[in-house]
Design a protein around this ligand. Structure first.
Ligand SMILES: [Zn+2]
Length: 114
């Protein structure tokens, strides 16, 4: 009796048929978030999912909210300040003069020694 080698369904690349409805997405809705920089981000969420109040803007990282006219975050972000501006905030002009005089004196002492 000849041996019969039968391997069923072993063809490379073969896959069992699956009903198409298994791949259908759950019902979705589009939710739009706005950040303070005016970026609108549309997120598609399952219809039955709880919609978060905030979403991080993928463009600038600021928190984004559902209200286009009133995005979350500070109304006026801290303006950019130079290092000198911060120093001037901490020190008065008189203190600045004293520090400068002290530094100049130290410099002159060092030069005098050389
Ligand atoms: Zn943004």
């Amino acid at each position: 009796m000849p041996s019969v080698n039968i391997i069923r369904g072993a063809r490379v690349g073969s896959a069992p048929e699956r009903p198409a409805e298994r791949y259908q997405l759950a019902p979705r809705r589009a939710v739009t978030y706005w950040c303070r920089n005016g970026h609108a981000t549309q997120i598609r969420m399952a219809s039955d999912a709880d919609v978060p109040a905030l979403w991080d803007c993928p463009r600038c990282g600021l928190p984004a909210g559902r209200d286009a006219d009133n995005p979350p975050g500070r109304a006026r972000p801290e303006p950019y300040k130079t290092h000198l501006a911060y120093v001037k905030e901490r020190r008065s002009d008189a203190e600045g003069e004293a520090i400068l005089a002290e530094a100049l004196a130290a410099l002159r002492r060092r030069r005098g020694r050389d």
